[in-house]
Design a protein around this ligand. Structure first.
Ligand code: NBX
Length: 828
């Protein structure tokens, strides 16, 4: 076996352990005002962050200077969400300083893992969409692409979850209550933005009509920059997050006119805008504050981009579309399309056609969902109140679109116009943000092959007829720096030793590891690492839930937001089936299994909360039932977040990716789990399909209806009751849920699930897929009993998923959408 020694990372920061120790102690003294004898773990953590920042800021200055000197075209990523997690170990790994910091801290008497635990997660996102944004900015910096992420500096990120008698309780998340060492306030780049008010039509001396927006409220946006450290001494880009504040200028007026209390109230309202992240994934809240949030960050960001552009080009707009490309992370920032039009037409006094041509070269849009309830629409009435001028601009965009595009291809076809109009004409007229995004962008992409196909065939078929080349696919990816190197150091070392150390930036290298899939020694080493990771997770489980789990059992993990389409309740029904089989046959033969869940439910999503409650109640019963004899355990981990994912993923044997085919746009947890050697039990949905292609059919357990079969079934008419009456196991389980078996003295508490599957018509086909799902699990059970077979499959999963690095996604965006040049950072 060829051994590779780990060479010093070439681009990594050069600093000795002694220097690092000196820096940490210096910051304890000079930044924290304490000393080694009395410093708290928090102070040690902050001092270490400050020491890390010395290296980060060198990279940041060099990157900004190089980009400025080269006047580079840059990507501007617009996203309402960035699910960053912690940055301490991530920054150390990317700087190439993790081992050194560990040693330095050790010599100072501190344990690096204890310091890592001092950091709050930066949870400025809901789920996959927000985490994707975080992986993308990591890859952009690593690949040396000039890029900036724009978003909102929420005071409260996604709520913290706990359970009270099994029910989800939400508490506010205060991630920066005591400051955040990674962010830099940039008061010199403050922006002011307007909302509300009215539009006046005026005529200039030449008789030309002009629209003048008289805003009702002005709000200040204060930028906070988070440096984004590329891997191994590449670029340090920036994530710029806007915090809303009251505008000094505006409130002074109100104050002078005697409205002191009014001024104070307006201050509070202005500061509300960036207060809290909306906790709904996949539903559209339709709330005024949410629209203002979207407009606030988009307007601040566009003004910031234009300010930077004007430094080099003054009022010459001819280079703008060459310098600037803006990616819209879903439709949430789509109001930037009319906002840029407003700036160009009303402020820069550009002709409409020229302005529209710039817009259409600048924006590109990523779609992340096909679920009807997630497609953003805003009541026209609300738009008119908050952004009156933007509504007019949207009407004009729509008028020209219907006249110059739709009516040309389908003359006189009012049905087509009705379907394609940016304004949905119902009794409550709505602005369709998806339509606006497609019309205003030069490229539209889905996030996995199947999803991109469905975006074209089911969501926007007529738009495809108008602009066939506009639509493309970019399959999602995840950063292997966080999701393998940092979170699974033991597996990373094993890989370093067998395939060299290039894999973190060239993930296809993992395929070399396939050569060891049958090597008994490597199998043992691989499974020994899995075993240790499982033992570590068992300790975390004990601490968080007081449940004992056996690290030798199969760790079967479903971690993702709670949603009916993701079908956590299918998993639950299968657990109940196993439990029932054990009760009916005390010798029921199965490899011991621990089912672990992690999921937050949107606070207003009743059935999702009912499912959490049901899983917790079933868990309580099963975990205390002696008759089970440890064959089954069920754990619902509280407060699932990035930091918990980093502990669960390396310990997973089985990855549950069980959405109804056609509903999960891509999934990214599926990629992280496979990368860490878990075997997927999954439907042919989203990126599961591409994972199956990569790992091969024998290394994944696929089950359930396909997208086409789902469609056919719906056309034919699906009757879930047929499954209930024809499958005695299903019937028994659903009836069980109605009793008080799991909620002693309170029958009916878990009945909502049964109701949704029978009276509710089972919209996500849980019962239709149950039997096939159960069979897939039997297969997995058999595989696991053959240790060598399992090890081989697990190794082949890790070795085969190199495609799913976010570096590849970014390169796809660059070649299919952004057309950026790499910019090597020079040091001075
Ligand atoms: O985006 C997710 C999809 O469900 C996943 O399949 C996909 O892998 C991932 C990245 O492409 N979508 C998602 O996370 N959406 C949201 O979090 C969301 C948040 C707010 C909102 C609507 C959706 N208003």
């Amino acid at each position: 076996m060829k051994k590779h020694s780990a060479p010093a990372a070439t681009g990594a920061v050069q600093i000795s352990t002694e220097q690092l120790k000196d820096q940490i102690v210096r910051h304890l003294h000079a930044t924290l005002g304490t000393d080694v004898n009395k410093a708290s773990p928090k102070a040690w953590w902050r001092a270490t962050c400050a020491a890390i920042n010395e290296q980060v800021y060198d990279g940041l200055r060099n990157t900004q200077r190089t980009h400025y000197e080269n006047n580079t075209r840059a990507l501007h990523y617009f996203s309402l969400e960035y699910l960053m997690g912690r940055l301490f170990s991530n920054n150390l790994h990317n700087l190439g300083l993790y081992d050194q910091a560990k040693q330095a801290l050790g010599e100072l008497g501190m344990n690096i893992a204890d310091l890592e635990d001092q950091e709050e997660d930066m949870a400025l996102g809901n789920g996959g969409l927000g985490r994707l944004a975080a992986c993308f900015i990591d890859s952009l910096a690593t690949l040396n692409y000039p890029a900036i992420g724009y978003g909102i500096h929420y005071e409260h990120g996604l709520f913290q979850q706990s359970f009270q008698d099994g029910k989800q309780i939400e508490r506010p998340d205060s991630w920066r209550e005591y400051g955040n060492p990674w962010e830099i306030c940039r008061p010199e780049s403050v922006q002011e933005i307007s909302v509300y008010g009215y539009v006046e039509t005026v005529y200039d001396l030449q008789g030309r009509m002009k629209k003048v927006w008289h805003p009702g409220r002005i709000i200040k946006g204060v930028p906070w920059d988070i440096p984004v450290v590329g891997y191994n001494g590449s670029s340090v880009n920036v994530l710029r997050l806007w915090e809303s504040r009251a505008s000094d200028f505006f409130n002074w007026d109100v104050f002078n006119s005697g409205g002191y209390i009014d001024a104070a109230r307006e201050n509070i309202e202005a500061e509300t805008i960036s207060k809290v992240l909306y906790p709904n994934d996949e539903t559209d809240a339709g709330k005024e504050l949410r629209l203002i949030q979207q407009y606030f960050f988009v307007s601040c960001s566009l003004k910031d981009i234009i300010r930077r552009y004007k430094r080099a080009h003054a009022d010459d707009w001819s280079e703008f579309a060459k310098q600037v490309v803006i990616q819209l992370n879903d439709t949430h920032p789509a109001v930037s399309i009319p906002e840029l039009m407003r700036i160009l037409v009303d402020r820069a006094e550009m002709q409409w056609d020229q302005a529209w041509s710039i817009c259409q070269q600048v924006f590109a849009y990523t779609n992340h969902t096909l679920l009807p309830e997630a497609l953003e629409k805003w009541p026209v009435r609300l738009f008119e109140k908050v952004l009156p001028r933007h509504l007019e601009i949207i009407y004009e965009i729509n008028r020209r679109f219907l006249l110059e595009q739709v009516d040309v291809l389908w003359p006189g076809d009012d049905e087509k116009k009705r379907k394609l109009s940016i304004i949905e004409e119902n009794h409550e007229p709505m602005v369709r943000m998806g339509h606006l995004s497609v019309v205003g962008s030069f490229r539209v992409n889905g996030v996995a092959e199947i999803h991109s196909k469905l975006v074209k065939s089911d969501l926007f078929p007529e738009m495809v007829a108008l602009w066939p080349d506009k639509f493309t696919n970019v399959t999602n990816g995840v950063t292997p720096r966080r999701w393998l190197k940092a979170c699974n150091p033991k597996l990373s070392k094993l890989l370093d030793n067998h395939i060299g150390t290039a894999w973190p930036t060239d993930l296809k290298q993992l395929s070399k590891f396939a050569a060891f899939a049958d090597d008994a020694a490597v199998q043992d080493a691989f499974m020994a690492i899995k075993q240790q990771n499982k033992a570590e997770l068992a300790t975390v489980v004990k601490k968080l839930t007081n449940i004992d789990i056996d690290p030798h059992a199969i760790f079967d993990i479903q971690i993702k937001r709670l949603h009916e389409y993701k079908r956590q309740h299918l998993n639950l029904l299968h657990i109940l089936a196993l439990y029932r089989r054990i009760l009916q046959d005390p010798n029921y033969d199965m490899a011991p299994r621990v089912f672990l869940f992690g999921a937050k439910a949107a606070p207003g999503y009743k059935l999702a909360k009912d499912i959490i409650y049901a899983i917790n109640k079933v868990a309580e019963k099963i975990n205390h039932d002696k008759r089970v004899k440890n064959r089954l355990k069920v754990v619902f981990m509280p407060n699932y977040r990035v930091t918990l994912a980093e502990k669960m993923i390396p310990a997973a044997d089985v990855s549950e990716q069980i959405s109804t085919a056609g509903k999960e746009a891509s999934g990214t947890g599926n990629m992280k789990l496979a990368l860490n050697g878990a075997i997927t039990v999954g439907t042919l949905d989203g990126a599961n399909i591409e994972i199956a292609e990569e790992v091969g059919d024998e290394n994944i357990a696929i089950f359930g209806l396909t997208v086409d079969e789902v469609k056919t079934l719906h056309v034919k008419g699906y009757n879930s009751a047929d499954y209930y009456y024809n499958n005695p196991e299903i019937k028994a389980i659903l009836d069980w849920l109605e009793t008080d078996y799991f909620t002693p003295g309170k029958p009916g508490e878990l009945a909502a699930i049964k109701r949704s599957l029978l009276e509710g018509g089972d919209p996500y086909l849980v019962l239709a897929d149950f039997e096939s799902y159960s069979k897939a699990h039997e297969k997995v059970d058999h595989w696991y009993r053959d240790k060598a077979l399992w090890a081989k499959k697990a190794i082949l999963n890790t070795a085969s998923v190199g495609k799913f690095t976010s570096d590849r996604s970014i390169e796809d965006y660059v070649s299919r959408v952004w057309h950026l040049e790499k910019c090597k950072i020079t040091k001075n």
